[in-house]
Design a protein around this ligand. Structure first.
Ligand code: GLY
Length: 352
């Protein structure tokens, strides 16, 4: 599966189906099929999606199951109603649910980091996205408790994962004995007290999705709060630096992936907010973000065969800095498909 093109190169680096990013390429192919109705994309999407099947049968090893199997099989089922896809999604949801700790009220995001980092129970903000798999499964033949798990995770995260200004920690470490929070820290951001751009984007997207799935007004309110600080602190061109508090701004790399995730989320948020001027503002901001990403500055065009340039994966690790990364392309495409639906008067979850 394609994962990234490093800055200055023009060839994709590929990973196996087990990589956390493996669902984005099949997901892109499904969006291409949805927006063109060309059967060529359908058969490619089906081929790459099926490569991920074995993951659903493995014991839950990471929260990333949602990124892997919902973007691929989930989009595939939405567009084709293929029951083989549905069976894989339901299996994956059961597997993800095994990582839920009821004493704490969240999913253990990174089991491998319990020992490696000494984080007895760790939950990362990115995990919010993978709740969609659980909500979907609970409404499509899976156990009802998956709904409770997803909604409890979202509420516990709301309580523990944010500073008073609504900026998110990347990681929260919990005590497995008391069930209480030990600390909020970073892993991919600049510092424990900084606002990592993609983490905040996951929060905006995650709480918007939680409102869609539950219609619980506290999630809508929270989505607006976490979006508010992101929008207030954005640079003029609407694409954040990799961390809003990175020390050498403006000489820091950008994160186009955060802009793509946020644009997609704000388009959806604009459909939920009752206040018309606020709804218009979210739609306008999303369109500005997409315009920026579609400019010569950010679109890859002749530089390489990705859609976007200038994303940052793991800055503290020195990896994927100012690169083309597959998830930036996925959310960019998703946002464009969403915008098209809104422009032709469709609901977001009506297929094109
Ligand atoms: N979920 C990992 C990341 O956003 O980099």
């Amino acid at each position: 599966m394609p994962r990234n093109i490093q800055n200055g190169q023009n060839k994709w680096k590929f990973t196996t189906y087990r990589d956390w990013c493996s669902g984005f390429w099949p997901g892109e192919l499904w969006y291409l099929y949805e927006s063109t109705h060309n059967k060529k994309w359908l058969s490619e999407a089906d081929k790459f999606t099926r490569q991920l099947t074995p993951i659903a049968s493995e014991p839950g090893f990471d929260h990333d199951l949602g990124f892997q199997l919902f973007n691929s099989f989930g989009n595939g089922y939405r567009l084709t109603k293929n029951l083989e896809y549905k069976a894989v999604i339901l299996k994956a949801a059961d597997s993800l649910a095994t990582l839920f700790n009821p004493k704490i009220g969240t999913i253990l995001s990174w089991p491998q980091n319990v020992k490696r980092m000494g984080w007895p129970h760790n939950t990362i903000i990115d995990n919010m996205i993978n709740l969609e798999l659980l909500f979907w499964a609970s409404k499509n033949g899976g156990p009802k408790r998956l709904y409770e798990i997803a909604s409890t995770h979202a509420k516990t995260t709301m309580k523990n994962h944010f500073r008073p200004d609504y900026s998110a920690y990347h990681v929260v470490v919990y005590d497995t004995v008391t069930g209480k929070k030990i600390k909020g820290i970073t892993h991919q951001g600049y510092s424990d007290s900084s606002m990592w751009a993609r983490g905040q984007a996951w929060a905006i997207y995650g709480y918007t999705m939680c409102y869609r799935e539950t219609k619980d007004p506290q999630f809508l309110h929270f989505a607006q709060k976490v979006a508010g600080i992101y929008l207030a602190k954005l640079p003029e061109d609407m694409v954040p630096y990799w961390d809003f508090n990175a020390p050498n701004i403006p000489n820091e790399s950008r994160d186009a992936s955060a802009a793509a995730i946020t644009a997609s989320a704000l388009l959806e948020l604009s459909t939920f907010v009752k206040d018309k001027s606020q709804a218009r503002l979210y739609r306008q901001k999303a369109e500005q973000m997409l315009k920026a990403l579609s400019s010569a500055q950010y679109q890859s065009r002749d530089v390489n065969s990705a859609a976007l340039l200038h994303s940052t994966g793991h800055h503290p690790n020195g990896s994927e800095i100012d690169a083309s990364i597959i998830y930036a392309d996925y959310y960019y495409l998703e946002a464009l498909v969403r915008l098209k639906k809104l422009q032709v008067g469709k609901r977001l979850y009506q297929n094109l």
